[in-house]
Ligand binder design. Structure first.
Ligand code: TYD
Ligand code: MG
Length: 453
């Protein structure tokens, strides 16, 4: 008979202990231990990757010929995955509730050509999924819906149906009969994920797992989950904005700097192929506090609007707030402005917003941030035909940014007249005569003189 025992598992690292402690001895996180009843079952063979009879193989003898990636038909997803879905890969996609994870995966299931897709949902009935499918796609696809939460049933269906792609709508709702604890607990999540990993590696079927995230923005369940899977994608965006960004946080088979941009419409998610046109205001009007940055996410350049508002603080401590931009970085840039350019911002409230609800991590946006803050502070608008691409260093120097040519080309395509870039980027330009004026700048003071002259 199986033996049951009570153990405490750390939500963050998966550490297990028979006694409750406030602070996890392994990862030092507080209050992450949760109690679980575990019935240990001997036969957990299914969850192991090795079959026992495998032996080392010479690297040159391994054939990768039939490892052709499956093209999902949704370009933005294919690009984020590194050029399509790799056979045998396990992809975890996380995001806040209601952001559109199920919609995205269903659209993927419906748009793959000539492939059999198994969409397993533990959250919605097949009727509900069908209703949603009717809204988002007109064609009928080779997609099987399966409302099931029992892992063993799912695995046996994968064996009998032999789909080409499997989608599991929420790993947190799945449970395995092998371990006795509630769905969504660390043990269950880990058990189900390892079993699906083993299945996917053995059969070569790519598996997508939808994961809930907790209030800190991490994928709920053990952090080790992110180590097990091949790829972690984050689906993010402001629920009140239309735009959604699919970002690779980890990818064993591609770059993590890639993003995919979508727009949530009445009939599902639409790919945004030319983000620049959406992310900068349609009519370029002269308002103070607006700076346009030529940024790059992954391999794609786009122009984005940075808006700031600087006003005298009503209370003693000035407020600093940033949407779509790292607040600590904003504070650093404000300190640079104060120290190197002599602007008194210590008694001012500063609000910064990246248009469209998008989060930007490219440091090349710094220059636009600084200029927009200053523009709002002195209440003089920046010429709407100007844009910026440069990182700002602690001593106020403008540092070079990557892929400068692509940024310049994008700015030119959108009809900008002048772009401000670092002097150090001069040598990485291949003398091509671009019909856009390039201003090389070394220090933030140079930029201010040129734009507010
Ligand atoms: P959903 O995919 O259910 O989110 P998740 O699985 O991440 O919890 O998306 C739900 C939201 O998307 C819902 O609030 C409504 C919106 N939505 C649309 O605006 N248009 C649509 O065509 C669909 C299907 C959903
Ligand atoms: Mg959902």
């Amino acid at each position: 008979m199986a033996k049951s025992r009570n153990i405490f598992t750390c939500n963050s690292c998966g550490y297990q202990t028979p006694k409750w402690v406030g602070k996890c001895p392994s990862c030092n996180e507080w209050n992450t231990l949760v109690e679980e009843v575990v019935i240990s079952v001997k036969n957990t063979k299914s969850t192991h990757l090795s079959s026992g009879d495998s032996k080392p193989v010479l690297i040159s003898e391994i054939s990768t010929e039939n490892e052709l990636r499956i093209i999902s038909g949704i370009n933005e997803i294919d690009r984020v995955l590194g050029g399509g879905i790799l056979p045998g890969s396990l992809v975890l996609i996380g995001g806040e509730p209601g952001i559109g994870k199920s919609t995205l995966m269903l659209q993927l299931a419906l748009s793959v050509k000539n492939k059999k897709v198994l969409y397993v949902s533990g959250e919605e009935s097949i009727k509900q999924i069908k209703q949603r499918a009717d809204r988002v796609a007109s064609e009928t696809a080779n997609c099987y819906l399966f409302a099931e939460t029992n892992l063993e049933n799912i695995l046996s269906h994968i064996d009998s149906e032999k789909p080409d792609i499997v989608i599991i709508d929420s790993i947190q709702t799945m449970f395995s009969g092998m371990v006795e604890s509630y769905p969504g607990t660390v043990t269950q999540i880990r058990e189900c994920t390892s079993a699906l990993l083993a299945k996917s590696k053995k059969t070569g079927i790519p598996v997508f797992l939808i994961g809930h995230i907790n209030k800190d923005g991490n994928i709920a369940g053990p952090k080790v989950l992110e180590h097990i899977v091949d790829t972690v994608l984050q689906f993010e965006g402001d629920k009140n904005h239309m735009y959604r960004v699919l970002r690779a946080m980890k990818n064993r088979f591609g770059s993590t700097s890639e993003i995919g941009i979508f727009e949530m419409l009445g009939n599902g998610l639409r790919e945004v192929e030319n983000p620049s046109e959406l992310l900068i205001s349609q009519k370029r009007e002269k308002y103070s506090g607006i700076g346009i940055s030529a940024t790059i996410e992954g391999i794609r350049p786009f122009l984005i609007e940075v808006q700031s508002l600087v006003s005298t603080a009503a209370f003693g401590t000035p407020q600093r707030s940033a949407t779509g931009f790292d607040l600590r970085r904003l504070n650093m840039l404000l300190a640079v402005l104060e120290k190197r350019a002599g602007f008194r911002l210590a008694s001012k409230d500063v609000f910064l917003n990246i248009a469209g609800g998008i989060r930007v991590v490219d440091p090349g946006i710094d220059l636009a941030v600084i200029c927009s803050v200053l523009s709002s502070d002195i209440d003089i608008s920046i010429d709407p035909e100007y844009c910026f691409a440069g990182e700002v260093g602690l001593s106020g120097e403008i540092r070079p940014v990557s892929r400068i040519e692509q940024r310049i080309t994008e700015a030119r395509k959108l009809g900008f007249k002048k772009i401000f870039i670092s002097d150090y980027n001069r040598k990485s330009l291949t003398g091509k005569n671009q019909p856009i004026q390039i201003e090389f700048v070394q220090k933030i003071e140079d930029v201010f003189k040129k734009i507010f002259a």
